[in-house]
Each structure stands twice: as structure tokens, then as C-alpha cells.
Design a protein around this ligand. Structure first.
Ligand SMILES: Nc1ncnc2c1ncn2[C@@H]1O[C@H](COP(=O)(O)OP(=O)(O)OP(=O)(O)O)[C@@H](O)[C@H]1O
Length: 297
């Protein structure tokens, strides 16, 4: 999938503004951003449901609006709250969807894959919210997709079911799918995504692997250790130095250099670095940093 200088305007509002990224085979791209950032618009353009104002998108080398039946067969979509006939059973609905595809996967195999085997005979209207999300995933998988769009795939799932869905997504990635994942659960994105694109007000404000997102300001790592008594730190690339209880907390944008200086200083000054911890920012911290300082248009 390729998105090049994509722009979408509604009247005078630019809701997607010069966005570019690519997603390859066996790759999960996390598309993040606050409400209204332009994620759904971008994805719906990739799905061929909306038209770009400027720029271009390609899915499996084709324009999604002109790819026709062949392209639709290769694209799986898990959106929120798809309306269906609630009186059908899980197995009937998956078989019905499978009938639209050629080649297609066996309904039973897909139902097993998403962990719904015990509910195959249950009517769709009686499923719990979490079972419904897993059914949505099954419906996206019946047609052997090469590309998969996952919009909030684990909303409403209990922790065990979330992990089972993560395992399914990891298997799909290993089998060669290109996957775009949107989720407000940043632990999920940190766990699953190879790369992340953060949108804010329609623009890309950060991108890269989770833990190493580029952006207008470099991420801040934290080094902390327990203090025996008062200390004088040597000069170093510290952004800030603070105390919380008996713990000294140093923030730095150069964790390797900072750690080297601290260790040399501690050895010379005979300071025990008890409970020493060096922590890279979590995806959540990176996300908040990037989206609370959006680049002005
Ligand atoms: N058909 C439309 N006409 C006018 N404005 C629209 C239309 N569709 C979307 N927008 C606006 O475009 C902006 C981006 O919306 P979009 O749904 O892409 O955001 P999002 O990142 O998916 O948000 P969320 O996390 O809430 O789903 C919003 O301000 C929205 O109001």
C-alpha cells in the first residue's frame, strides 16, 4: 500500500494534509491520532470509498477505486459495527460472506482461527460485544486477503480475548499480509505495529517504529536510581533532574551518552546506583508528546 502526498478537503477544511506512507508485505502499520485527526478518511480513501482531493494512493499496485472485483477480493476490512441479519448463526453468516469470494477459505477454519468455534451455532444477535468483534475479523478473513484494515479490532474484548486476537494478527502478518491497524489502545499498537504514523489535524506529526518515533522534538528517556545521600551530578546531556522520594530521576534525549557519564561518575564518586533503571518512552508517552504539540499548518 502506498499513500503519496494525500490531501482531502471538505469545503475549506483540509482534513488530510499531504500525508505519505507505505505498508509492505508482512508489515503492520499503526495509524494513530486523536479523534478527528483524519485516520478514517485516509483509510476510506485506501479502501476506495472516498476520493482524494490531491495526491495518490495505491493498493497492491492499483487505484482502489478502479481495482474492481479482483482488488476487493484481496482486501479485508474490519470496521466497527457492521449491520447484519442478527437471526443468522455465526457459521451461516461466515458461509454467506465466503460465498462472495473466489478463492475463499473454509468457514469452519476461519471461525476456529478467531476463537469462535464454540459459538458457531449461536445467532449473531446473541453474541457478546467481544464475540462480535471476533466475528468481524472472521468476515474480513474469508476471502484470502493480502491487505487488511483493522479498525479498533479489540474494542470490548476481555484481556484473554484481546491476546488471542493479537496472536491471530501476528500470524496474519507472518503469513505475508500488509496490515493497517488503528486503535486507541496504545499498548496494542506498541505490541503489534512494526511502524507507526501519528496524525494530528490531518498532518503526519511523527513516524517510525514504536519507541523511536521521529517528530518535532526528540523523545526523552528516563534514567533513575536510588540515592544514598545528597549528590552533585557532573555536567551531562540532562533535560531535567528531579527527586521523587529517595529516587533521582534524570530525563535525557541522549540516553546512551547520559548512561556512560553517570556510570563513570558513580564509579569514581563511589555512588551505588541502586535500583538503576533506564527507560525509553512508551508509545503512549511518545504519542502524547507528538499530539499535544501539533505542528501548525
Ligand atoms: N463527509 C464529510 N464532510 C465534512 N467533514 C468531514 C466528512 N468526513 C469527515 N469529516 C471531518 O474530517 C475530520 C477527520 O475525520 P476522520 O473521521 O477521518 O477522523 P479520525 O481520525 O478517524 O477520528 P476518530 O478517531 O474520531 O474516528 C473530522 O473533523 C471530520 O469532522
Amino acid at each position: 500500500m502506498r499513500v503519496e502526498h494525500l490531501t482531502r478537503r471538505y469545503g475549506t477544511a483540509t482534513v488530510v494534509d499531504d500525508v505519505s506512507f507505505a505498508v509492505g508485505r508482512s508489515e503492520v502499520l499503526g495509524l494513530l491520532g486523536p479523534n478527528g485527526a483524519g485516520k478514517t478518511t485516509t483509510i476510506e480513501i485506501l479502501e476506495g470509498l472516498r476520493v482524494p482531493t490531491a495526491g495518490a494512493v495505491r493498493v497492491l499496485g492499483r487505484d482502489p477505486r478502479r481495482g474492481g472485483r479482483r482488488l476487493r477480493n484481496e482486501v479485508g476490512v474490519v470496521t466497527q459495527a457492521v449491520g447484519t441479519d442478527a437471526t443468522l448463526t455465526v457459521a451461516e453468516l461466515v458461509r454467506l460472506h465466503a460465498s462472495f469470494y473466489r478463492p475463499r477459505r473454509a468457514a469452519e477454519e476461519v471461525i476456529r482461527e478467531v476463537g469462535l468455534r464454540d459459538s458457531a451455532a449461536m445467532r449473531v444477535g446473541r453474541l457478546s460485544g467481544g464475540q462480535r468483534r471476533r466475528l468481524d475479523l472472521a468476515l474480513a478473513l474469508v476471502g484470502f486477503p493480502s491487505v487488511l484494515f483493522l479498525d479498533e479490532p479489540t474494542t470490548g474484548l476481555d484481556p484473554g480475548a484481546r491476546r488471542r486476537t493479537w496472536a491471530v494478527i501476528e500470524r496474519l502478518r507472518r503469513s505475508g499480509l500488509a496490515i493497517v491497524l488503528t486503535s486507541h489502545y496504545l499498548d496494542e499498537v506498541q505490541r503489534l505495529a512494526d511502524r507507526v504514523v501519528v496524525l494530528s489535524r490531518g498532518r503526519v506529526v511523527g513516524e517510525g517504529p514504536p519507541g523511536h518515533l521521529s517528530g518535532p522534538t526528540a523523545p526523552t528517556a528516563t534514567i533513575s536510581f536510588r540515592l544514598g545521600g545528597p549528590v552533585d551530578l557532573p555536567p551531562g546531556p540532562w533535560e531535567s533532574v528531579s527527586r521523587a522520594g529517595g529516587i533521582l530521576v534524570v530525563e535525557t534525549r541522549e540516553p546512551v551518552e547520559a548512561a556512560r557519564i553517570l556510570l563513570a561518575w558513580a564509579a569514581e564518586a563511589r555512588v551505588d546506583l541502586d535500583e538503576l533503571e533506564i527507560r525509553q518512552p512508551s508509545l503512549e508517552e511518545e504519542y502524547l508528546r507528538l499530539t499535544s504539540h501539533p505542528r501548525q499548518p
